[in-house]
Write a protein that binds this ligand. Structure first.
Ligand SMILES: [Mg+2]
Length: 272
């Protein structure tokens, strides 16, 4: 098992669980300072959601096949949605519209209006295996096939790979010379909170997550900042938390939050 993958996946899962109780809440109407239960989805403390489930389904496929096999990943996504595999408590309580459509029909959606963060939130395991941009695109395409979604996945995996190799997040962010709609990424760390949206739109989610990672100096401040942006709290936090996990390591995730996290047996089983 790769310890670095463990850093990333625990970083993502803990952040997801911190955000779940506050999903859809408006910025400024709440303050997340610790792991709590219930709230939006009425789930017990430590429950992680679709973001972690689909990430684990992807990990398990890479572990089993030792390469990227999109049909096998889709099989795992179906097992998640239909049977509750890869969940915290054997239950699927949230799923994005585009993901649900794609799993049900077997067709990823290539539409400018189908650019939710549903492929970005599950793509992190690809940073831990040799893969081409084309392979990253194919994995995104399983659900989200529009170029904005696939580009978000490519940018995110590239940054994660850089961090794994010990690159500095500030330098990684500044080196992102991208065209619209990702043109703000190279100076994202200079923006004020009021300029950062934290919606489920993939561009907003990637911006918000990178803003949190680039403007904080510890795992906990990063993921709490992400949750407290409001709106798509769990996914913004999960996308930020995966990178923060790589930067700061499993041992710098508060032990209390790890202890409270649901179904760690499953998480450990899926790591490769
Ligand atoms: Mg979720």
């Amino acid at each position: 098992m790769s310890n670095r993958l463990k850093n990333a996946i625990y970083g993502l899962a803990v952040a997801d669980a911190l955000g779940v109780p506050y999903e859809f809440k408006q910025r400024g109407t709440f303050k997340c300072t610790d792991m709590i239960g219930y709230g939006t989805w009425d789930q017990p403390k430590g429950t992680w959601s679709d973001d972690t489930s689909m990430t684990l389904a992807t990990c398990k496929s890479i572990k089993d096949k030792r390469k990227i096999e999109t049909e096998d990943m889709m099989k795992n996504f179906r097992l998640w949605y239909k049977k509750g595999n890869f969940t915290a408590h054997n239950e699927v309580f949230d799923i994005g519209g585009t993901t649900q459509y794609a799993i049900t029909t077997g067709q990823g959606v290539n539409d400018v209006n189908a650019n939710g963060n549903g492929s970005l939130m599950r793509i992190l395991p690809l940073a831990f295996i040799d893969c081409t941009e084309e392979e990253i695109r194919k994995v995104s395409n399983l659900t989200h096939a529009h170029e904005w979604s696939t580009k978000a996945c490519i940018i995110y995996v590239k940054i994660a790979k850089g961090l794994i190799n010990g690159e500095n997040i500030g330098i990684m962010v500044k080196s992102n010379k991208e065209e619209e709609p990702y043109h703000r990424l190279s100076y994202i760390h200079e923006l004020q909170e009021t300029e950062i949206k934290s919606s489920g739109f993939v561009v907003d989610t990637l911006e918000a997550a990178l803003w949190c990672v680039a403007t904080t100096n510890s795992y906990s401040t990063c993921v709490l900042k992400a949750v407290n942006l409001g709106n798509d709290t769990d996914t913004v936090a999960a996308v930020a938390g995966g990178l923060a996990g790589i930067i700061y390591g499993y041992e710098n995730i508060p032990e209390k939050w790890i202890n409270e996290l649901a179904n760690k047996e499953l998480i450990n089983e899926c790591l490769f």
